[in-house]
Design a protein around this ligand. Sequence first.
Ligand code: MLT
Length: 366
Amino acid sequence: MNNVLKLNSISSLAIKTLGTNYTVTDDCSNPQAVLVRSAVMQDWDVPSSLLCVARAGAGVNNIPFEDYATKGIIVFNTPGANANAVKELVVASLIMASRNLIAGAKWAQRLVGDDVKKQVEKGKSQFAGTEISGKTIGILGLGAIGRKVATAADALGMKVVGYDPFVCEAAKALDFVTIYDTMEEVFATSDYITIHIPYSKATHHFINADSIAKMKDGVIIINAARGELVSTDSIKSGIEEKKVRCYVTDFPDADCLNYDGIIALPHLGASSAEAEENCAEMAAQEIKLFVEEGTIKNSVNMPNITVAKNKAHRASVIFSGEIAINVTAEVTNKAGISYAIIESDSVIDADALEKTAGVIKARNIF
Ligand code: MLT
């Protein structure tokens, strides 16, 4: 029996997908796997039993995944599983911001008296907006979410430009997207900018006073990625100077609240029933494949590896540097840490392997 520790509430589809060989609880001192959504794991005490962590979502800034690789722990995410939900939130944000829907709705809710209809007609002009059709949207990050946003924006009659430092073939295949070589070109040409890049030290506050200065006057900025990508102070200055027309953030801190020109949403991007199920199912499958076969799929700290079953016995070993393995082995590695699936006709002594210099973790799989 394998123990799975749930650090957040996650769709019960995860338990169903894992099946009867797994016990899933939210209190366990010796888990083989962790299922997590947004719980911050930076200060979490890692138990020695832990083999893998699966994040039900795309962003992994709540998990110290590089450090976990050095501890022999594989970290997975669920790319694309919630992309449609986030895309829909971005489409809603484009329209909410352009048509002043939040401010207008708040105003209408406060109307009193028998002549509400009259007040509505008299007061509505203060919320008149603009249309998105014909405008240019700049998409920063053309991964699973960015590409879906691009397709939706195109269908809504927008011109689509984008930038991605690691642009993939699937993005290049979207012939209606102008992909620029620099972010600056996106800033200079876009009426709307939507952010779909991961948060890391390198991307901290990359939307700041300098980048905002390069944008078009009256730009609308949408952040459904992570709060720390954007400097709220710079956004507020941009709003005061009328450079920024609206900032929609799905990751508000206190500074974003009750501020004209900022629409603060409570991290709803991936909060749809469908996305929660997709993420839970994909995360559970990743755990199962890893625990039962040693397969790695969608890891953020180790490349993919799948090995067809050729022999009766299989073990996996995670190591740094070089070790001598004198049985059939397939190896993958990242940032100085290697992962090997080894097979043999006879039983493999994983305990002895674990004592080899350089080995971080070894286990028998079957
Ligand atoms: C993500 O990173 O995909 C989302 O933040 C997931 C979530 O809402 O938990």
